[in-house]
Design a protein. Structure first.
Length: 115
């Protein structure tokens, strides 16, 4: 970035301020899409018992809450039991492993944006 004078600096900072929110929103959206995809893949691998119907995997969705705020959720009422297990069944985590997989990429994307 090459600037000539203080006015050019202020102009550049103003333009960066206007676009930074859009850039961060795009990064958050793309990483949430990946998180949702990985959660579905994990669900297909983890839910391999004889009673698996695919309902939980189909209920994993992504939604936009607000600017720069997206979420991946499972609409099935029993997904928490699958993720963490109960005293009668082992956990079959599918959301948290997806989060761990996407976390580093998300941080790297944000770091690249600010540098």
């Amino acid at each position: 970035m090459e600037l000539d004078g203080i006015d050019a600096l202020f102009k550049k900072l103003d333009s960066m301020e206007e676009t930074i929110e859009e850039d961060v929103d795009e990064i958050v959206k793309n990483n949430t899409i990946e998180l949702t995809m990985y959660a579905k893949e994990n669900g297909v691998e983890a839910f391999n018992k004889g009673y698996a119907t695919g309902f939980t995997v189909r209920s994993i969705t992504m939604e936009r809450v607000a600017s720069m705020h997206y979420k991946t959720i499972s609409q099935s009422g029993h997904s928490g039991y699958l993720e963490y297990g109960t005293r009668f069944m082992e956990a079959a985590p599918f959301i948290f492993p997806a989060y761990k997989k996407v976390k580093q990429q998300f941080q790297a994307d944000l770091k690249r944006l600010v540098e």
